[in-house]
Design a protein around this ligand. Structure first.
Ligand SMILES: *Cc1c(COP(=O)(O)O)cnc(C)c1O
Length: 341
């Protein structure tokens, strides 16, 4: 039994999801003739109360498309210093859109309206780049699955409106936030110009993300997706997995959150632990005392078939997911208890 807690992207489609994929009605989605892709796009747009949605092969492409859609070369976007779009999308912001990033020193990957306000360049001061977009991440990846209060997001939205800035949400793990905070997608649809969501993380689909927004934005996104090479043909097989995931795997995220929380409480009382960061969703970041080696811990767990990731500087990460079951959870707790350095 291999227990992979490196990421929630490691899940594999189960029997029922595969059955739904096999049964999918498909067509050529580049000609907009795949009924299952259309059904998925309409379903997700409806969930958010937004006009339209577009299916993408990855969350990175959905975010990069949104950034290109909302900016012109030479512009600047505002995001937290830990943002996925800045740290983990290969510098795509600069390559694809010719845009610079103004990084905010936020808290656990989250920023405030005041910080955004202070980071905006005066629009008529032509020496500095024109600020045109604010990107939010919810839940935060590097921030350990932290989620925003709606109030903060509304305040940032006000700053965006007052300063004529577009407002994009990288919601790769928004489903986790919705479940943890008991929020509704429509509350996010009302606030943002565009929202990206992933189906291939907590929801357990093998592939797929969507970008949601107004008709006008999604129409433009279609052209950008084409340029990025993201048009897919009989993508309905993948969309079917996404529909299955939305129907069956959202509510159960609560289980992932419970297990991550239990792991955090458990870790806190172990003698070799320095600090466990607060757990709100399915990501758990902790550090071990300086006299112990991170690499040694990763290796010891590996020998017990438990895989976790090391983030450097004494920090480690565990991510719970659909394929991490109760028996595995009990085994991990037992193994951690017995572990000696
Ligand atoms: C995973 C992730 C993405 C998109 O990742 P892909 O691997 O390209 O699907 C975007 N933003 C955040 C915060 C993520 O965690």
């Amino acid at each position: 039994m291999e227990i992979n807690l490196v990421s929630d992207t490691v899940t594999k489609p189960g029997h029922e999801m595969l059955q739904q994929m096999f049964r999918a009605k498909v067509g050529d989605d580049v000609y907009k003739q795949d009924p299952t892709v259309i059904e998925l796009e309409d379903t997700v747009a409806g969930l958010f109360g937004m006009e339209a949605a577009l299916f993408f092969p990855s969350g990175t492409m959905a975010n990069q498309t949104a950034i290109k859609l909302h900016t012109n070369p030479g512009d600047e976007l505002i995001c937290d210093k830990w943002a996925h779009i800045f740290n983990y999308e290969g510098g795509g912001v600069a390559v694809n859109s010719g845009v610079s990033s103004r990084l905010i020193d936020g808290h656990r990957g989250m920023i405030t309206a005041n910080q955004v306000h202070e980071a905006i360049n005066p629009p008529d001061f032509y020496h500095s780049p024109l600020t045109s977009l604010v990107c939010i991440e919810n839940t935060t990846n590097k921030g350990g699955g932290a989620c925003y209060d709606l109030q903060t997001l509304m305040e940032i939205g006000e700053v965006c409106k007052a300063n004529n800035l577009k407002y994009h949400l990288d919601g790769a793990r928004l489903w986790n936030a919705l479940v943890a905070k008991r929020q509704h997608p429509k509350q996010f649809g009302e606030l943002f110009d565009t929202v990206s969501v992933c189906l291939s993380k907590g929801l357990g689909a093998p592939v797929g993300s969507l970008l949601v927004g107004k008709h006008e934005h999604i129409q433009k996104a279609l052209r950008i997706r084409k340029i990025f090479g993201g048009g897919m043909r009989q993508a309905g097989y993948l969309a079917a997995a996404g529909l299955y995931a939305l129907q069956n795997n959202v509510g159960r995220l609560e289980e992932d959150h419970r297990r991550a929380k239990q792991l955090s409480v458990f870790l806190e009382q172990l003698p070799w632990i320095e600090k466990v960061e607060p757990v709100e969703t399915n990501i758990l970041i902790f550090s071990i005392k300086p006299q112990y080696s991170e690499a040694a811990l990763v290796e010891k767990l590996k020998q017990k078939s438990i895989f976790i990731s090391s983030l450097g500087r004494g920090k480690l990460r565990i991510v719970t997911h659909l394929d991490y079951k109760e028996v595995m959870h009990n085994y991990v707790l037992e193994t951690l208890q017995k572990l000696t350095f």
